[in-house]
Ligand binder design. Structure first.
Ligand code: ADP
Length: 165
């Protein structure tokens, strides 16, 4: 059965150059990639789902082969039964592996038509995460090398009145 959908799911709070690296690698392998901006019950987000979607769209402007959507709910339910799909995930360091393995196996148990494909970013992004970006920006550190310009501006706007307790 042919793969119908290639989905890159994540929280993307906010998107970083590490995510973009994975997305660009996925685009060298697959014709179209859908980025799915998800809620994550174990994280309290800085940006709303819609804001995160807009930041991804603006960071990937001009690339017609991607589509960005927001998704609320259990990720496997985003794929119809019988519809062969691939989830793209990024693997940075060994500590990502256990969580990602658990999730990939569980998703496959819930829907055997979903296969997870892992991609590794350029080594300069191995230690980069959205949470690190949020923390560094909160304390006025310079992280501009690691995030798209639109994200830098959005973060500046979020923290313009200082850090909220
Ligand atoms: P989630 O809450 O689903 O882990 P994230 O937005 O943190 O959402 O990450 C989405 C995916 O992108 C995950 O597979 C994560 O490992 C990957 N990822 C995050 N940051 C990077 C990075 N710097 N380099 C490569 N992959 C990354």
């Amino acid at each position: 059965m042919k793969v119908k959908r290639v989905i890159y799911p994540g929280t993307f709070d906010p998107i970083t150059n590490g995510h973009l690296d994975i997305l660009n690698r996925a685009l060298t392998l697959f014709q179209n990639v859908e980025v799915l901006v998800c809620e994550n019950p174990s994280k309290s987000p800085l940006f709303t789902l819609e804001e995160r979607k807009r930041l991804i769209e603006e960071s990937m402007k001009g690339i017609a082969r991607i589509k960005v959507s927001v998704y609320r709910g259990l990720l496997v339910d985003a794929v119809k039964k019988g519809e062969k799909a691939i989830f793209i995930r990024g693997l940075r360091v060994v500590s990502d592996f256990e969580y990602e393995l658990q999730m990939a196996i569980m998703n496959r148990k819930l829907n055997p038509d979903i296969e997870t494909v892992f991609l590794m970013p350029n080594e300069q992004y191995i230690f980069l995460s959205s949470s690190m970006v949020r923390d560094i920006v909160k304390f006025k550190g310079d992280i501009s090398r690691f995030i798209p310009r639109v994200v830098r501006l959005a973060l500046k706007e979020k923290f313009k009145d200082g850090v909220k307790p």
